[in-house]
Design a protein around this ligand. Sequence first.
Ligand code: ASP
Length: 322
Amino acid sequence: MIRRLSRIAAVTFAAVAAATAFAYPDKPVSVVVPFAAGGPTDVVARSLAQALGTQLKGSFVVENVGGAGGTIGAGKVARAAGDGYTLLFHHIGMSTAPSLYRKLDFKPTEDLIPIGAVVDVPMTLIAKPQMAQANLKDVLAYVRANKDKINLANAGIGSASHLCGLLLQNALKTDVTTVPFQGTGPAMTALLGGQVDLMCDQSTNTTGQIKGGKVKAYAVTSKGKLANFPELPTLASELPGFEVGVWHILYAPKGTPADVIKKLEAGLQAAIKDPGFASKMKDLGAEIMPADKQTSAGAKAHLQAEIAKWSPIIQAAKAYAD
Ligand code: ASP
């Protein structure tokens, strides 16, 4: 009798657990973007949130928590309840922050669970419209010779724009003034207004401005030239080996139940195939990550490999923040 009762209890428990997972999401899910609204991470996140909502029949709402190169928003999610209702959409900065920040208040590989990698986005080197230099060679020579006149906008230490600027200054053996913003959305406004001179930013923020002739564009940070900007050389053509790709991963806080992660993983893979999302990413020059990285295990391996790749480069650059 007792054995029969405990079997019934176990079956009932399993049914309730399955029903709970099936019901997810039954209230709005917050997708934290650790940068200001209107920037490239935000643009991808909003499009993804819409596709996730369609696939998982729920509401995914982007929340912008900018500051400190993405570490404030990422830390907030790392400490959030692992219930599936707070997620983080972050980029390559997750792999550089552990080397850049001596006192990071969360552990990227322990406090967050990757759900899947989404897109890899090239950066572009752009300048205020008044910048006189006609091409990449000239602008690099100008930066080298005028370190006190130039300033470089970024989204704070740990951001992709910071990383690109760091590699650029190292390659040019110079040290220019950097101006941090909460994201490159507001940095773009300052660039368009001529308040800052130069910026590296993802094509997801710069495609419209470049094609509309609103900014000066000098180069792409991909290994090869890009179909979207056939006129732009690679930075590597002047600075051999220069390459930055801004990959993005969706995360949940540690403690999120495995069945919720599974549901999110499947929903993410379907959302990436959503025609609206896919065509928007193509138009903005973003490349969809390979299918094996659109999984929790694949994204985790990618994150770990990137931490190992950037750590010695950042240590050699001696770029730290407290
Ligand atoms: N593009 C930014 C970066 O430099 C962040 C953003 O605003 O999306 O990391």
